[in-house]
Design a binder for this molecule. Structure first.
Ligand code: A3P
Length: 315
């Protein structure tokens, strides 16, 4: 148990960390542009360490995403497909490799039994080459989301986080400019999405590319697709007992956001403690309309169209 003094100290450190932030989405570590993406300094260190120290297994499945695209939900669905159950917050079941492994203690990940479900927010070009290797056989499931909704989700997430440490969030206009310029953890989002999109086009058996909107539209179809991709499709008997419906229900917004586990905190990026409930807000498509002005919406749409032009990817 932490003593009162150390709790106060932790609180002070957290405030200090927030004061140090150089951008409008707030991070306790400064973001730096590493190979074209904005990452916190400790993530950059971990990218290097992972490249040398991480040994993938052929049965590994990685959940990959830009933050706020539905990672929590996808982790839940994939875990439920693999184990036919879900009892904890999905972040507990599926560790985020480049962040969870502070100090690069890989022993927990190494002790996990196969098949392992692990996750990354890293862009595809930064994954350890051993994972990207076509012969490694590990698989990647990527989820993306419509950009205006990603901004909206990101804005609310950081706003709540900033207010929780007694500070004032930045004006939304500044945060919006930052996002449009790609200066957001793991941004720019467009390049992040495109890298995985191209991988999925070149190696469809290795990378499954999903969209949050299609998960919302037909979660049963997506759950079956995930299970098939991971080589653990549902049997006729399982289908007949309604297992797919049950698992979709278990991972649904209402169910996941109400589990007891969410009352506890989760440590992200080394030492920022956040309420697990922060990963559940509305879970809707199109909520941007309640936040963005028509001009902001148009600007983001134009950037998205320009960036995705010619890629075969449409939103
Ligand atoms: P909103 O902020 O738009 O509500 P991530 O897990 O990548 O951080 O993404 C968070 C977003 O996914 C949030 O979007 C959150 O509400 C939504 N989400 C989390 N669990 C969900 C679920 N089971 N079903 C649908 N959306 C979910």
């Amino acid at each position: 148990k932490l003593s009162k003094v150390s709790l106060e100290e932790a609180e002070r450190n957290k405030r200090q960390a927030f004061n140090d932030t150089p951008h409008f989405f707030l991070h306790h570590h400064k973001l730096c542009n590493y190979k074209g993406f904005w990452l916190s300094e400790n993530v950059v260190t971990n990218v290097e360490l992972l490249r040398d120290g991480f040994a993938p297994r052929p049965t590994d499945v990685f959940i990959a995403s830009h933050p706020k695209c539905g990672t929590t939900w996808l982790k839940g669905l994939a875990f439920a497909a693999l184990n036919r159950l879900l009892t904890l917050n999905p972040h507990e079941c599926v560790p985020l490799l480049e962040v969870t492994l502070q100090g690069m203690n890989l022993s927990y990940v190494e002790s996990m039994s196969s098949p392992r479900l692990l996750s990354f927010h890293l862009p595809a070009s930064m994954l350890p080459t051993s994972i990207n290797d076509v012969f490694s056989n590990c698989r990647i499931i990527y989820v993306c989301r419509e950009t205006k909704d990603v901004f909206t989700s990101t804005w609310h997430f950081y706003q709540t986080l900033i207010e929780s440490v007694g500070m004032k969030p930045p004006p939304i206009e500044d945060a919006f400019e930052s996002f449009c310029g790609g200066v957001v953890p793991y941004g720019p989002i467009w390049e992040h999405v495109l890298e995985y999109w191209r991988e999925s086009q070149q190696k469809p058996g290795k990378v499954l590319f999903l969209r949050y909107e299609e998960m919302i539209e037909d979660p049963r179809r997506i759950l079956r697709m995930i299970a098939q991709f991971m080589g653990c499709e549902f049997s006729k008997e399982e289908e007949n007992t309604g297992l797919v419906d049950k698992l979709v229900e278990l991972c649904g917004f209402n169910s996941l956001s109400n589990i007891e586990e969410n009352k506890h905190e989760l440590i992200i990026d080394g030492n920022i403690k956040i309420k697990k409930s922060l990963f559940f807000r509305k879970g809707l498509v199109g909520d941007w309309a309640n936040l963005l002005t028509p001009e902001m919406a148009q600007r983001l749409d134009e950037i998205t169209q320009e960036k995705f032009n010619g890629s075969g990817l449409n939103f």
